[in-house]
Design a protein around this ligand. Structure first.
Ligand code: Z5A
Length: 214
């Protein structure tokens, strides 16, 4: 019996998480899941409060301490859990979640160098076993390649302006987090490949576990 149908996508900026979310949605529909039974959520954001906090967090004009940044991210996350994740789990919906608490460990822990034990304490308080994902996709990409993709379509936001070294530290932390993550099904995908190969890898991964998921 599955504890939930929560699929989390993680990775650096420009790794292709939103694209992967759409691919996973397509895969689920191909398997006969109704679109109304699939919920797409992103962090930070996806609630009224969360979207306001997202704007503040991304605004280059915001002067936020590392501690404040963590608090804002957890305020958004707590709201998301209450308003969207818990109801979706209770209604047996599929949830495709674009970033989750792993991002805080990677960006604020690895990138900013903030005390990871505090972040872990917050995670343990907010996220019980039933809210841990069943499936984790880690889209692995070179930081410079990911940022180049992002630069192609938008102005860099406050966090994206943190510099390449920051992102290499985030990437190292992501590798550690992924290796340690106690998730039933976890997949590292080479996100630097062309999209057709990424698509193939994601579909293959889902196919390999579909019998246990449905
Ligand atoms: N953040 C944090 O610090 N701590 C936390 O706890 C949380 C978040 C939860 C969210 O901003 C920021 O918050 C993020 C981390 C921080 N910021 N930084 N820096 P966001 O949501 O705007 O950023 P993002 O999550 O990284 O999304 P993104 O930049 O839009 O990237 P993406 O979703 O991974 O990629 P995409 O939109 O699917 O694709 C990017 C482009 O590449 C697009 O033009 C695609 O068509 C293209 N693409 C996708 N795949 C490929 C392949 N395979 N080849 C070539 N081109 C591709």
């Amino acid at each position: 019996m599955l504890k939930n149908k929560l699929i989390v996508i993680e990775g650096l900026d420009g790794a292709g998480k939103s694209t992967a979310a759409q691919l996973i949605h397509n895969y689920l529909e191909q398997q006969g899941v109704e679109a109304t039974d699939i919920v797409y959520l992103r962090e930070p954001g996806a609630t009224k409060l969360g979207e306001k906090l997202r704007t503040i967090l991304k605004d280059p004009e915001s002067d936020i301490t590392p501690f404040g940044e963590i608090m804002l991210l957890f305020a958004s996350r707590a709201q998301l859990i209450k308003e969207a994740i818990l109801p979706a789990i209770q209604n047996n919906k599929w949830i495709i979640l674009d970033r989750y608490f792993y991002s805080t460990l990677a960006y604020q822990g690895g990138g900013r160098g903030y005390d990871k034990s505090l972040i872990k304490q917050l995670i343990n308080n907010l996220i019980p076993a039933e809210l841990q994902p069943t499936v984790l996709f880690y889209l692995k990409i070179d930081a410079a390649v990911g940022l180049a993709r992002v630069k192609g379509y938008t102005e860099l936001d406050r966090i994206e302006q943190s510099g390449l070294e920051f992102f290499y530290n985030v990437a190292t932390e992501y590798d550690n987090i992924f290796a340690e993550a106690a998730v039933e099904h976890k997949f590292a995908i080479d996100a630097g490949q062309e999209l057709s190969s990424v698509t193939e890898d994601i579909f293959q991964a889902l196919h390999s576990i579909w019998q246990t998921l449905d």
